[in-house]
Design a protein around this ligand. Structure first.
Ligand code: FAD
Length: 452
């Protein structure tokens, strides 16, 4: 179907529209380059136009134009997603929401912000009231709160507060529909699950209210152990409410060359546990590390570490671990693994024996649904697509291991595994023409939209 671009331009009049080829290309990418498979698939996907929105009225105008002209519309925020989440598979409009970044209201225990606000900026604003965000991705200098809710799952802080999905973390969201006359729908509490991790396929998040906790001046520390099994056993033992942690991240000694700045704090013959701990929990952590054959090699606040030219613990954790390796050696890629709970570290011992130097271990300890658990973000040597899927099959052959495949673009083939019917029901209301981020959900294809 031919698009009358002159008419689209007329309809978009008054908005900040970007047509330059370089900028459109740049604003059509995210961190999908972690995956050589997605790199091949997504390289040519570029928006026809990018619209930068600063106000709710801007969003309304752009959404109405998309509906009137039947243009695909893909929301983009920080662009730090890993699976091509904000890449427009079918071109059309990319809606850049980062100018919508105002902090609207800070109250005891909660903050209301526009969706395009960067998470580190929100933290700085709420810090003035002695409060802090409950969780954030390690990309928080660039990532936005709307992108975290629509594309992420949890992160730094999840060992203390659970994942985004857990009750009490997300309080309220206002979402605009993509229709000729866009409407605003307000979601409260659990209703936010309808747009959480939906990759912006079912509404444009305008602003959100999230829970806050009293601020803590976390101690960033590293504990070193001779065996990876000792790190894992230490992690399981440290996963208890008695030790107040914000981050607990186990990293294989073979990552050490990618963390050169840490020097003897993370030498090549020692496996590491990167942590953020409350000052009052440090004596217990020292004792627990010693009981597991380890020792604390570094401890300090983020400011102290930065003054020494060292990274904070969170830049050695979650997908930053993969990033540090890829910065040095692009022959790596990665896989995410969920284990049967309660976690049995013997599974990791077997994987180390089976995969050898093809897979480097990295585990995160977090809470979800009120339970402590462990999952992995493994560094995997790229030896072609067939080998990658062999590794996936081998891991999944083990009782209860599930790979969240980062080499695919749909919500269902990646983490979610099944079609979330409540999200699809919401999509029918918020995006009845099926224009939002087409190709990212198997639950609602353009054919289905045409038939509806
Ligand atoms: P984008 O990448 O711009 O968008 C993500 C998705 O959300 C897209 O589908 C987009 O269409 C949609 N979207 C964005 N804004 C809106 C909106 N206002 N309305 C509707 N849809 C919207 N993720 C984690 O969960 N935890 C981590 O610990 C973590 N660590 C990471 C570390 C590294 C080094 C990297 C590269 C990525 C990591 N990620 C992590 C993934 C990503 O950084 C986060 O999920 C981040 O919060 C995404 O925010 P963003 O603003 O960059 O979103």
């Amino acid at each position: 179907r031919a698009v009358d671009w002159d008419a689209v331009w007329r309809d978009l009049q008054g908005l900040n529209v970007i047509a330059s080829s370089n900028q459109r290309k740049q604003l059509s990418k995210d961190f999908y380059w972690y995956s050589p498979i997605l790199t091949g698939q997504l390289a040519g996907c570029v928006a026809d136009l990018v619209v930068k929105v600063s106000t709710e009225e801007d969003v309304r105008q752009a959404a109405a134009v998309a509906a009137k002209r039947k243009l695909p519309l893909t929301v983009r925020a920080g662009g730090t997603g890993n699976y091509g989440q904000c890449v427009p598979l079918s071109g059309g409009l990319v809606l850049d929401v980062t100018p919508m970044c105002r902090v609207l209201e800070i109250c005891p225990g909660r903050v209301r912000v526009q969706a395009g606000a960067r998470m580190h900026d929100i933290e700085a604003a709420v810090a003035e009231t002695g409060q802090a965000l409950r969780m954030w991705p390690s990309t928080w200098h660039v990532a936005t709160i709307g992108g975290f809710i629509a594309g992420g799952f949890g992160g730094i802080g999840s060992i203390r507060h659970g994942i985004l999905r857990d009750p009490g973390n997300l309080l309220r969201a206002r979402v605009m529909t993509v229709e000729r006359e866009p409407r605003v729908i307000e979601l409260v509490g659990d209703e936010i699950q309808q747009v959480h991790h939906a990759y912006g396929t079912n509404g444009i998040i305008l602003d959100v209210e999230v829970a806050l906790s009293p601020a803590v001046d976390w101690v960033h520390c590293i504990a070193l152990f001779p065996d990876y099994r000792q790190v894992m056993d230490f992690g399981v033992a440290a996963s208890t409410p008695e030790i107040d942690l914000f981050l607990l991240s186990a990293v294989d000694a073979r990552f050490s060359p990618y963390y050169a700045s840490l020097g003897s704090h993370f030498p090549p013959d020692r496996h590491a546990m990167f942590m953020m701990a409350a000052p009052g929990s440090m004596p217990a952590l020292h004792a627990l590390a010693a009981a597991h054959g380890g020792r604390i090699s570094l401890a300090g606040t983020e400011a102290e570490l930065r003054a020494m030219g060292l990274p904070p613990a969170y830049e050695c954790a979650y997908n930053h671990t993969t990033l540090q390796a890829l910065k040095v050696d692009r022959t790596w890629t990665y896989l995410q693994v969920a284990y049967a709970q309660p976690f049995d570290p013997a599974v990791v011992d077997r994987h180390i024996a089976v995969f050898g130097d093809d897979v480097l271990q990295h585990h995160e300890f977090a809470r979800a649904g009120g339970e402590y658990g462990t999952f992995a973000i493994l560094l995997v040597r790229w030896k072609g697509e067939a080998h990658q899927y062999e590794v996936i099959r081998e891991i999944e052959s083990e009782g209860g291991c599930v790979v969240f495949n980062p080499h695919v673009v749909t919500i269902e083939d990646g983490g979610m595994k099944t079609i979330d019917t409540q999200q699809i029901e919401f999509k029918k209301k918020s995006d009845p023409m099926g224009l939002m981020n087409p190709g990212k959900t198997r639950g609602w294809t353009p054919d289905m939209a045409r038939e509806a």
